[in-house]
Design a protein around this ligand. Structure first.
Ligand code: FES
Length: 117
């Protein structure tokens, strides 16, 4: 009997990518980064780092100016106050809008990211 090289979970699980040029301590956040060829913004929340797409899904306002809210569990675009959950990107006051969210982990003095969905 041959062993399967990859389980279904391993096939669907996204790999962590190094967020080059970011230091968990000395970098000022929010900070720009690239992940999987896309520009994203890294936020530092009370419970750790989180990544979001660089422009708001409403009218492309920059998420570099976004504000953390609801005890850092949500992010709000200041242009028209659209607010999104950092857990899954779902719009809380803007049905139908969703922000791309990225998990970010700190390891050995570097940051790594991967998309949540
Ligand atoms: S551009 Fe972000 S809420 Fe309108």
């Amino acid at each position: 009997m041959t062993e399967q090289p990859l389980t279904e979970k391993a096939l669907t699980e996204k790999a962590w990518e190094l967020l080059a040029g970011l230091d968990p301590v000395s970098t000022k956040y929010p900070a720009r980064a690239r992940l999987g060829g896309e520009g994203i913004v890294i936020l530092r929340t009370k419970s750790g780092f989180r990544g979001v797409q660089r422009s708001c899904p409403h009218m492309q306002g920059t998420m570099m100016n976004a504000e953390l809210t609801a005890n850092d569990t949500m992010v709000r675009c200041p242009l028209h106050v659209f607010t999104f959950r950092l857990s899954d990107g779902k719009g809380v006051n803007c049905p139908g809008f969703r922000l791309k969210i990225y998990e970010v982990k700190e390891e050995n003095g570097a940051l790594y990211g991967r998309s949540v969905s």
